[in-house]
Write a protein that binds this ligand. Structure first.
Ligand code: GAR
Length: 223
């Protein structure tokens, strides 16, 4: 059921923030019933922080290099996030491995976008690895975050064809375009109460997601 008040979210970034921008644009355009309470970057000076400020959103830096352990950084991060009382935390190019207590604290309340067709190519350099493996199809996945890196239940994947002359850069560019469509779409499902998760499984419209829906050629396929 659509909510009467916008879904409060916090967005975590480490860089350029084009996914953040897509979410901002959809909220401002009235297509996404959410409110970004804060944007938090673990790196100072990144473009995503400027995007947040330009949209009038609190832009916070929590510099991981100022902390002597992953645990102490994640504790501070959790406190900062919780001070904004989000119902959903969005990882949008947040390039940090999270500790188990943080992930458990946000169980079923934290989404990530990863530029591959999971479970293929977890980790880094996904576009080059897809090319090296000779894949004809490549894509991007939105998933709930669990303790294992890039392994939580997938909610939606966008699929693109790999062309003979593609490079990691051209793939990254086309994947980014897809990300900007599917990430706000999934956040919208959550905001509208259609999406949840339980026991490491994603649930959409009351059905367990066993085969993730696909966004292909500008169409949503649920089969
Ligand atoms: C996106 O391509 C996202 O899929 C990727 O970082 C990029 C951030 O772009 N995330 C990961 O690789 C996470 N493992 P953006 O800063 O322009 O939104």
């Amino acid at each position: 059921m659509p909510r009467s008040t916008p879904l409060p979210i916090v967005v975590l970034i480490s860089g350029s923030g084009t996914n953040l921008q897509a979410i901002i644009d959809q909220i401002q355009g009235g297509q996404l019933n959410a409110e970004i309470k804060a944007v938090i970057s673990n790196r100072p000076g990144v473009k995503g922080l400027q995007r947040a400020k330009a949209a009038g959103i609190p832009a916070r830096v929590l510099d991981h290099s100022q902390y002597d352990s992953r645990e102490s950084f994640d504790e501070a991060l959790e406190q900062l996030i919780d001070s904004y009382q989000p119902e959903l935390v969005i990882l949008a190019g947040f390039m940090r491995i999270l500790t188990a207590p943080l992930v458990e604290h946000y169980q079923c309340r934290m989404l990530n976008i990863h530029p591959s067709l999971l479970p293929d190519f977890r980790g880094l350099n996904t576009h080059q690895r897809a090319l090296d493996a000779g894949r004809e199809l490549h894509g991007v996945s939105v998933h709930f975050v669990t303790n294992e890196l890039d392994s939580g239940p997938v909610v939606l994947q966008a699929v693109i064809e790999v062309n003979g002359d593609d490079t990691a850069d051209t793939l990254a560019e086309r994947i980014h375009q897809q990300e900007h469509i599917i990430y706000p779409m999934v956040i919208g499902w959550f905001a509208d109460g259609r999406l949840s998760c339980n026991n490491n499984q994603a649930i959409l419209d009351g059905q367990l997601i066993t085969t993730p829906p696909k966004w292909i050629n500008q169409q949503l396929r649920m089969d």
